[in-house]
Structures are given as structure tokens and as C-alpha cells.
Design a binder for this molecule. Structure first.
Ligand code: PMV
Length: 297
């Protein structure tokens, strides 16, 4: 069975594309996949009701599946069934989670084994098809999990804490394209490098302080840093009214901090709750598109 986790970025999205660090967590929701010999190479995605055949010149999923199979020459045709437990295009790293789960399922069906790190590397090739210039944070967190500081091109730095993070993840119902949001920031950087680099540098400071807060178990400080990161992402025009409202609701319901997470322009927000009970209350108020996840205990 292959399993690719979803992820949420606690702080540092977008800046991470430009070489700054970010902190992310692997969540317990994700994608499960199983592969077995079949009549032809086929990827079946549920509940999307989608059948994908590998095609190096086809649609993104067809190309990605072709790449996933390409490393294995002598093999039987494989039928891969993937069960997706995450909203797509919501900033939760769904495409990377599919990649990790599918790659691992193929390995298992062929009796191969590779480390989670090698799996993350292979899933980066898959991710590039969907996101153009991904930082690598999604595929790495999907394969490795935990709470970690990530910087493009450097080994993942796991963060230790003696206190679990009680997170509420709320989906705005809008699924923007991460690729477009990343391009929008790149355009802003090109037209106004001073302003955008200042924003990245400010995010960098927040990330470094958040690392210390996580390691010290200081979730009050961490919550404040999340709020500040949200404001900077707003200044880069990545937030929506809906995301702002959801963050406000979470704060009023007892969250220590809240922010958009991932690509923005819709997608998801996260809220940090002091305890599990508060997390459940926030989830209830945010509605059925929200869920609670506990990480880093
Ligand atoms: O929207 P997601 O889950 O794909 O998160 C993207 C995070 C970005 O920093 C915006 C892009 C990246 O490749 O790191």
C-alpha cells in the first residue's frame, strides 16, 4: 500500500519558492494507493471517477503517470488504484500526495524498496508537471511527514517539540491554481523587487522565530507569527475575503492564530488551537469543510 500525506505550510509559502525557509507539517490525511498486475497500465482515481492512461505527451496526469512508470522497463502492465482523501487544488499538497502514493504502490507491486527521501525525490519529477517550478516542499513533506523546516536544495530539518500542534484546516471551497499564484508573485517580484524582497525577508524572520517557538512549545508566540504571516501574504494579494473571514472566525472562537496556507487565492486556511477541545469547537464553527489534525506530539 502506498501512502502520500497531505501537508500544510505553517509559515513561509511563496517565499520558499525564492530560496527562503518555510515550516510545514505532514498531516494524517492523504492518498492511499495500491498497484497490481492488470491488462494495461491504468491509474484509477477515486472519488474523482477518473481513469488515466500514461501518455508522455498528454494531459498532466497522463504525463505524470508515464513518468512514474518510466523507470521500470521489464514489468507487467500495472493497474493502480488511488483513493484521494484531500481536496484537490486546496493548498494541501494533493498532487504531491498522489505522486508519493502512486510511486510507492508501483515500487511495492514490483518488489522494490526505496527510502522515503528517495521517494520524495522521485515525486519531485511528478510535482514539476503540475506546478512548473515547485519548491519541493509538498513532495518532501508528503513522503517524510512530521514538522520540519524546509529550504530548497537543502536537507529537510525536522523540528522537535514536546507539545502537539492542534490545527484546524478550513477549506474555502475555491480551488485556484498554485501555478498561477506562484506566477503572480513572480510577476510582482519582477515589477517591484524592493517591495517583494522586503516581504520575503519579513517572512524569513517570522519563520526563524516560529522554529524557536515550536521547539520551545510556545504556541501563543507561534499563533502571533501565523497572524503576521497572513498579513504579509495579503499584501502580496494572495488572500481572499472568504479566507480572511474564516481566519477572523477562528481567532474569535479561540484560535491562537490563523492564516491562509499554500498557494492562496482560495484554497485553505489553518488555525492553531490551544487544545483539542478548542480545535473541535473552531472546526464546528467553520463548518463541514474543516477538519482537525494533530501533529508533532
Ligand atoms: O498550494 P500548494 O499546496 O501546492 O502549496 C504551494 C506552496 C507554494 O509555496 C506556494 C509553492 C511551492 O512550490 O512551494
Amino acid at each position: 500500500m502506498g501512502f502520500g500525506r497531505g501537508k500544510v505550510i505553517l509559515l513561509g509559502e511563496h517565499a520558499v519558492v525564492h530560496g527562503y525557509p518555510a515550516i510545514a507539517v505532514g498531516i494524517d490525511r492523504g492518498v492511499v494507493a495500491e498497484a497490481s498486475p492488470g491488462d494495461e497500465d491504468l491509474l484509477i482515481l477515486s472519488p474523482w471517477d477518473l481513469d488515466v492512461r500514461p501518455d508522455p505527451a498528454g494531459e498532466p496526469l497522463e504525463r505524470a503517470f508515464a513518468i512514474a512508470l518510466s523507470g521500470h522497463s521489464k514489468r507487467p502492465p500495472l493497474e493502480v488504484r488511488a483513493e484521494i482523501g484531500l481536496p484537490g487544488g486546496a493548498g494541501l499538497g494533493c498532487s504531491a500526495a498522489i505522486g508519493v502514493a502512486v510511486l510507492q504502490a508501483i515500487d511495492e507491486a514490483l518488489g522494490l524498496e526505496r527510502s522515503r527521501e528517495k521517494l520524495a525525490e522521485a515525486a519531485y519529477e511528478w510535482e514539476k508537471i503540475f506546478h512548473g517550478n515547485p519548491s519541493g516542499i509538498d513532495n518532501t513533506m508528503s513522503a517524510v511527514g512530521g514538522v520540519a523546516l524546509f529550504r530548497k536544495g537543502e536537507p529537510l530539518q525536522p523540528l522537535r517539540s514536546n507539545k502537539p500542534l492542534h490545527l484546524v484546516v478550513g477549506y474555502s471551497g475555491q480551488s485556484p491554481s498554485t501555478k498561477e499564484m506562484v506566477s503572480s508573485v513572480a510577476r510582482q517580484l519582477e515589477s517591484d523587487p524592493v517591495r517583494v524582497n522586503k516581504a520575503f525577508e519579513a517572512i524569513d524572520v517570522l519563520v526563524r522565530n516560529a522554529k524557536l517557538a515550536i521547539e520551545a512549545g510556545d504556541h501563543v508566540a507561534l499563533g502571533q507569527l501565523l497572524d503576521l504571516n497572513h498579513t504579509i501574504l495579503s499584501s502580496l494579494m494572495l488572500c481572499t475575503t472568504k479566507l480572511d473571514e474564516m481566519c477572523q472566525t477562528a481567532r474569535k472562537t479561540g484560535a491562537l492564530g490563523a492564516k491562509m496556507t499554500g498557494g492562496g487565492g482560495g484554497g485553505c486556511m489553518i488555525a492553531l488551537a490551544p487544545k483539542r477541545d478548542e480545535a473541535l469547537r473552531i472546526r464546528e464553527i467553520l463548518g463541514e469543510n474543516a477538519f482537525v489534525t494533530e501533529v508533532g506530539a
